[in-house]
Structures are given as C-alpha cells and as structure tokens.
Design a protein around this ligand. Sequence first.
Ligand code: IPE
Ligand code: IPE
Ligand code: MG
Length: 247
Amino acid sequence: MHCTEREKELLQLIDRAKIPGHIAIIMDGNGRWAVEKGLPRQEGHRQGVETVRETVRCADKLGVNTLTLFAFSTENWQRPAWEVNYLMSLPEKYFHSELPELIRKNVQVRLTGDAARLPRKVRKAVEDGREATRDNTGMILNFALNYGSRTEILRAVNNLINAKAKGVIKGEVDEKTFSEYLYTAGLPDPDLLIRTSGEKRISNFLLWQLAYSELWFTSVYWPDFSRALLMEAVYDYQQRKRRFGKL
Ligand code: IPE
Ligand code: IPE
Ligand code: MG
C-alpha cells in the first residue's frame, strides 16, 4: 500500500487508544464533483462508491467499531427519477464486489432506515449482506439508506405509544428506552460526524444521536475523500476536549 508523507505522519500522530468508536459520515458532493469535471452526475456517484470501499478499509484498519454512512435520505426521493434509479443500482453493485472482503474482515453489515420503501433488489442486496455477516464480530458497517431522522423519531414515538397502550412499557419513557425505539437501537451515539463537500448542515441525519458528537467538515467532495482525510479527522477529534456539559 502506497502511503503519502502526511499519511505516514498521521499514522504516527494518531493515538490508537483513542480512536472514535463510532464515526458517521454524510457523504456529500458527488454531483458537484462530476459536474465540475464536465461529467454526468452518475459518474460522481460511481466514483463515490470507490471512496466508500477505501473508507471502509481504512476505518477498519484504524480500529473503528462502528462506521455509519449516509447513502440516501428520505428527501433524496425528490430528485429526478434517472438519478434515483442510478443511486438505487449502487447497493447491489457494492455488495456484489465487496461482500467477500467484508466477510473475510469480520465486518457486520447493518441498515439504518426504512427498508420497506426501498426497491426489492436493493432490499435484497442489503438483506443478503446483513444475513451473510450477521454473526461477524468486527467493525459494524451501518448504511443509512432511505433514512430521515424526523421520520425515525416519529416512528419511535408511534411505536412507543402502541407499546404503552399494550402495557409493554410502564412509567415514563426515558432516554434509554427512547433510543431503543430508533433504527440505531443497540448502537452507541456517533463520537465523530464528518461531512464532505463544504456544506455545514446536518440534513436530517441522526438528530437525536448527534447530540454530543464532534463535528468535522471538509470542502472536499466525497469522491475525492481519502484515507489521509479520514485520518486528519480522527487526529483532529483526538485534540478536542469533550465536556458533555461538565467542567
Ligand atoms: C451525495 O452527493 C450523494 C447523495 C446525496 C445520494 P450529492 O448527489 O448530494 O452531490 P451534490 O451535493 O449534488 O454535489
Ligand atoms: C445528504 O446530502 C444526504 C446524503 C449524503 C445521503 P444531500 O445532498 O441530500 O443534502 P442537502 O440537500 O445538501 O441538504
Ligand atoms: Mg448533496
């Protein structure tokens, strides 16, 4: 593996004992990356999948426990059909080429989002990935697909109301119980949120879970995101003092 000077330096600088347990990434800027190169937007998404491959490998090497990747939002259905269709062809391609390696690396695939509304072939690709890796104990690779945080919260509220009516839960709903009704049940909150493409917004991603996450933004478009940038983000995270409201 070829390493740049900065990558070598970062490998020395990063404290292996303080790797963020859960990194969440808003993978943004595929379209602009392509358009600025005079290419169709799909080309940006295609290249974005390559970046996913590399990022997964690098996060796994660094010893990240959970990597959540925002791949498609509930709002992204409002894009033109040709773009939605292209995006919906990618999970199948990704798992087809990557599943053997994910299995070999003991990675466990998960899905965060409303699977029911995904096209059948996408659901099947993710389901197969999930099934083939369900007993794996290494890094959790969590794809946020057809995910929207407000929808997730409302779904939790409605399920809680039903559970309460059936007497499944008693007393007041606390933070712990509420978290268990979200798609991310069982996962720790993200320690570090990365967003590429220069936008500095959350775009309906993990509103509840990001309450105390460290935020890291880069103007680099997702297809150009790299091992080095992931390490820069981790190193920057390690320099911060998380206080959680305390002194
Ligand atoms: C991220 O890139 C991929 C998805 C949101 C599905 P975009 O497609 O949002 O690219 P830009 O932001 O238009 O450049
Ligand atoms: C957020 O990116 C969703 C994903 C990366 C999947 P968008 O491109 O949809 O977000 P906005 O529209 O810029 O807020
Ligand atoms: Mg975008």
